[in-house]
Unconditional design. Structure first.
Length: 253
């Protein structure tokens, strides 16, 4: 004999299954939107960092300064589109009208309010689709101090590099005082116990020297062009785009 509880359970299961089916379309929409809007970007640097710092915070100021320096060299800047360090990075790029200041926002019940310093602003339903877009179209990642989300993005980038899912991308971690204890743990525990290799550990470039970051990222353009050539991908649209970028700025390839 069916009970009211059985009917409620059946209704609940139906709603869950319907939600799963609808989620597929939303996931596809996230990816299509990202590919369509970002597919033809030139050299871009993604900057990550905490959403809870204000404009008086030293890392906010550093993020804005570094972003402006990179934009002056012709790099587009991409962030998660929210406040804090993300706002600072978009703000630095927004001053330079010949580059894109991109914000990839995420729908959250708190904190994640789009900042006003973007030229391209996209909103995503899912963290994973947004993260794909944040890393897919960038030649370098800069990690400023932040919380769980920032740390997640740092280790996501390192894992993609470790597993060769992305190549030729450099990771810079800004904030020696903030991140040194974390890197000590990685070196003395994770590396020492052979959970990662020495090469994996060296992927993390901890520094407070902003000019060094700019110079290294510009050098990585040449490295990526050479990698694409050696991989037989010299005639791809991406390779041609990097060559055009280099030629416009007298970067020797």
């Amino acid at each position: 004999m069916r009970t009211k509880k059985d009917d409620l359970t059946k209704k609940y299961i139906k709603e869950i299954k319907s939600a799963d089916v609808w989620s597929v379309f939303k996931i596809v929409a996230d990816f299509v939107k990202g590919f369509d809007e970002l597919g033809e970007l030139g050299p871009t640097v993604t900057m990550f960092g905490g959403s809870r710092v204000d404009s008086k915070n030293k890392y906010y100021k550093k993020a804005e300064e570094l972003s402006s320096m990179l934009a002056e060299r012709g790099f587009n800047i991409m962030t998660g589109g929210g406040p804090g360090v993300m706002e600072a990075a978009n703000r630095g790029a927004f001053q330079h009208k010949d580059v894109e200041s991109i914000g990839l926002n995420i729908d959250l019940p708190f904190e994640q309010v789009p900042n006003k310093y973007t030229t391209t602003d996209l909103s995503f339903d899912y963290f994973f689709s947004r993260k794909v877009m944040l890393v897919k179209y960038s030649i370098g990642y800069v990690i400023f101090p932040g919380g769980y989300g920032t740390l997640d993005e740092l280790f996501e980038a390192l894992t993609l590099i470790q597993t060769k899912k992305i190549t030729g991308v450099k990771v810079f971690v800004i904030g020696v005082e903030y991140y040194k204890p974390l890197l000590d743990f990685i070196e003395k525990k994770v590396l020492k116990n052979a959970m990662i290799s020495e090469e994996d550990f060296k992927q993390i470039r901890l520094t407070d020297d902003l000019q060094h970051v700019v110079d290294e990222l510009q050098a990585s353009i040449v490295e990526q062009i050479n990698f694409l050539r050696d991989s037989g991908l010299e005639d791809t649209q991406y390779s041609k785009m990097l060559k055009e970028f280099s030629a416009d700025r007298d970067i020797k390839v």
